[in-house]
Design a protein around this ligand. Structure first.
Ligand SMILES: Nc1ncnc2c1ncn2[C@@H]1O[C@H](COP(=O)(O)OP(=O)(O)OP(=O)(O)O)[C@@H](O)[C@H]1O
Length: 255
């Protein structure tokens, strides 16, 4: 089966005042359907640049990115906008819910924008809410929800359109540890129950320990890769911390 994501010799250089920064320096990797992959690395290592290229928000300097076998580096802006809507789901650090809509309508909007028939929308929302165990908060407005609850609505919004790939940028960054735990449970449910393919950028070793595989980025290159396999989450966490200390991060907040 073709990978959901194939990154091939990706490079992204920034030129500022005569100097060139190689933010992404010849990175290649693949993500298979149903994977839950984390990207870790110190501040400035190139994680966000890599994610922005994959999410088609930024243009690569060289190399190719295939999502569901489509070369997104060759699509024009109009096709990209449609591609993003149909094939990608996004979870941001700051939730990005619309304040004037309740949870249900925030999720409904994603479906409506994708052209889903109005009569099918309530059923799809009930289903995703049951799967992610958020039925009780659907009628709340964002200001009535905790950060963790908002982020779980954002998860539902990201997955309800059945995207090929869900991209999460520091999804636990703005959450306290209890809310982060709830959100991580939602992501694991999405991955296990709905076979969602998730790529998540994070600084945090606890967050990363919920992934099945982690790529470590250093100076724009892949420095190391570790796979959870049959290991417990705790053992995987210890392994992540070992790589981090090798890379020079501190213990409390990973990098
Ligand atoms: N628009 C830009 N113009 C010039 N240089 C940039 C730009 N964006 C990022 N960079 C540089 O590219 C490198 C990688 O930055 P990037 O934001 O991808 O790192 P990161 O790993 O996501 O860091 P952080 O964890 O702090 O968000 C850094 O050296 C950064 O200064």
């Amino acid at each position: 089966m073709n990978p959901v994501l194939k990154v091939e010799n990706l490079q992204k250089y920034y030129k500022t005042k005569g100097a060139v920064t190689k933010a992404v320096d010849n990175i290649s990797f693949e993500v298979q359907r149903g994977e839950y992959i984390g990207i870790m690395g110190a501040s400035g290592s190139g994680k966000t640049t890599l994610l922005n290229c994959i999410s088609t928000i930024d243009h690569a300097t060289a190399g190719r990115i295939f999502i569901n076998s489509r070369d997104v580096t060759s699509l024009n802006e109009k096709k990209l906008a449609r591609f993003r809507r149909e094939e990608l789901g996004f979870i941001f650090q700051n939730f990005n819910l619309l304040d004037t809509l309740n949870g249900r309508d925030n999720i409904a909007l994603a479906l409506a924008i994708n052209g889903v028939e109005v009569r099918n929308i309530p059923r799809l929302i009930e289903q995703v809410a049951a799967d992610l165990e958020i039925s009780a908060i659907l009628d709340k407005y964002p200001y009535e929800m905790s950060g963790g609850q908002q982020q779980r609505i954002a998860c539902a919004r990201a997955i309800v359109t059945k995207p090929s790939l869900i991209l999460a940028d520091e999804p636990t960054g703005a959450l306290d540890s209890k809310s982060a735990g709830m959100l991580l449970d939602s992501l694991s449910l999405m991955n296990e129950k709905k076979e969602a393919t998730i790529l998540m950028v994070t600084h945090d070793a606890f967050t990363a320990s919920h992934c099945k595989r982690i790529l470590f980025i250093k100076d724009g290159k892949i420095f190391n890769e570790i796979v959870r396999g049959a290991k417990s989450r705790k053992l995987f966490f210890d392994e992540i911390m070992q790589v981090i200390s090798f890379l020079g991060g501190d213990k409390g907040h990973a990098f």
